[in-house]
Design a protein around this ligand. Structure first.
Ligand code: DQA
Length: 136
């Protein structure tokens, strides 16, 4: 199975920013753990702070499933929403933090409706749980 993990804006700062919320591991370290977990599968990792680059990546995705942590784009990017709606590869929305236990603006996702499901609140394991969902 081919799994594509996409991280959006500011996720490259994981391990550096708000460590109490997102932990102390870098995104590269987290991705290495994800790759080890899914060692029998093909994993691709992509991160960008640029909305259009993520849309392009979604358009061109060749995968059985996409695990997407769009970061703050989640809460307002209709462009990302439309890009997800435009493709047939299923996308699972992921957040490391429990966005519903945080500020009001994080309670709204404009992408959830076009995603297969949502996993949030399990730290780095949110990515693994989302990836596992494609195997059910
Ligand atoms: C996040 C939650 C978002 O609200 C925030 O903007 C992020 C990270 C998470 O993984 O918990 O950048 O997607």
């Amino acid at each position: 199975m081919k799994l594509l993990f996409i991280n959006g804006v500011n996720l490259d700062m994981t391990g550096v920013r708000e460590k109490g919320v997102y932990g102390t591991q870098t995104l590269d370290e987290i991705n290495a753990e994800i790759a080890a977990h899914f060692k029998s599968d093909e994993c691709e990792f992509f991160q960008s702070d640029i909305e259009g680059e993520i849309c392009d990546k979604l358009h061109k995705a060749k995968a059985d499933g996409i695990i997407l942590n769009a970061g703050a784009f989640t809460h307002y990017s209709y462009a990302l929403r439309d890009a997800i709606a435009a493709i047939t590869v299923p996308v699972v929305e992921v957040h490391m933090s429990n966005v519903h236990a945080r500020e009001e603006f994080r309670h709204k996702s404009v992408i959830s409706e076009v995603c297969k499901g949502v996993v949030c609140g399990f730290g780095k394991n949110s990515y693994i749980l989302a990836g596992e969902s494609f195997k059910l």
